[in-house]
Design a protein around this ligand. Structure first.
Ligand SMILES: [Zn+2]
Length: 92
């Protein structure tokens, strides 16, 4: 599988590391809502289809990326720098 880094171009998957689900919202740090924290830490969705994920080009420019990847086919729909895009894929 190739991921096209915005800085480096198409690179092999082995150069990237998965950083997590980009759709999750962390509770406020001072929140004492244990259910919200439990859900944030332990409850993981298992979506089928396009999914927003954070990846890092650890073996290259080390940029953090927001990637939309189809979890069924592993097709990459879009790649953007994480700092310039939000979880919906729209650029800020
Ligand atoms: Zn790169």
């Amino acid at each position: 599988m190739l991921i096209s880094c915005p800085h480096c171009g198409p690179r092999d998957l082995a150069e990237f590391s998965y950083q997590g689900d980009a759709t999750r919202t962390r509770p406020e740090p001072a929140s004492t809502d244990t259910k919200a924290w439990h859900d944030y830490v332990y409850t993981r969705p298992n979506p089928a289809g396009p999914h927003h994920e954070y990846w890092q080009h650890a073996g290259g420019c080390r940029a953090h990326l927001l990637i939309v990847r189809d979890t069924l086919s592993h097709e990459i729909h879009s790649v953007a720098l994480a700092r310039s895009a939000n979880a919906s894929g729209a650029r800020a």
